[in-house]
Design a protein around this ligand. Sequence first.
Ligand code: PAF
Length: 287
Amino acid sequence: MRIVRTVRELRAAVAAAKAAGSTAALIPTMGALHEGHLSLVRAARAEHGFVMMSIFVNPTQFTEAADLAAYPRNEDRDAALAESAGVDLVFAPDAAELYPAGFATTVHVAGAITETLEGAGRGPAHFDGVATIVSKLLIAAAPDAAYFGQKDAQQLVVVRRMVADLGLPVRIVACPTSRDDDGLARSSRNTRLSTEQRSSALAIPRALAAIAESARSGETDAAALRERGAAVLAQSGLTAEYLALVDPDTLEAVPRVTGATLCAIAVRVGEVRLIDNVLLGAGPEQR
Ligand code: PAF
């Protein structure tokens, strides 16, 4: 496995792989790799001859300086994990490579899909940062496909919109949320939970499961479903920052669950902000 630091080296490597007949996949990450990232690598590996991973803690998508400062960084560990999962090339640039002096361009996806949920909680700059860095990575690496986890459901919607609007020639692949055995969605933030907080955090997947179960049993009223989830969280002393039932493409709130609906949740457990989601009305394989 190679590690390259410049867009120039990245382009040369992907051009060589394509010239040799491979299709190329990119898994964009901010490092702190866990099993969830490795499941994306395996999905990409199954479909492409050349698998790239970017590792870059993107400063422009952090709206809290403390969150950026606390973000775990360990390139040696990440590189070893990436290699063991089958990555061919890691792109690990420094900030000046992607944001050179004078950098003045922002990719802004407008409307509800960036203003609600995470956009409301973290501020609109968050998705500007995500859309800008993901478009730069897609332009630099020119992959045939890019792989993202369904856990960051809103990020996926934003990336799909941005790719469609800019006409970028890349297939966006969504992979199911990777979960620990106890149901907690895998996240680099989980390492910041104490044992007690981790056990409280299990109320998040439990709340989503309760909502999904109520929906399967015929409850369609969004307010009633939200109350069901809130009650499960309350048993563990948690309150949702948001617990929303939205259209999975537009992220507009729905009053009733009459078709595929995204149920998205954000909860602070101590200082750690966790997100998760479930697709309702979309079949059990989506959970
Ligand atoms: O999901 C992430 O880790 C980041 O938002 C991404 C897509 C790598 C962009 O920095």
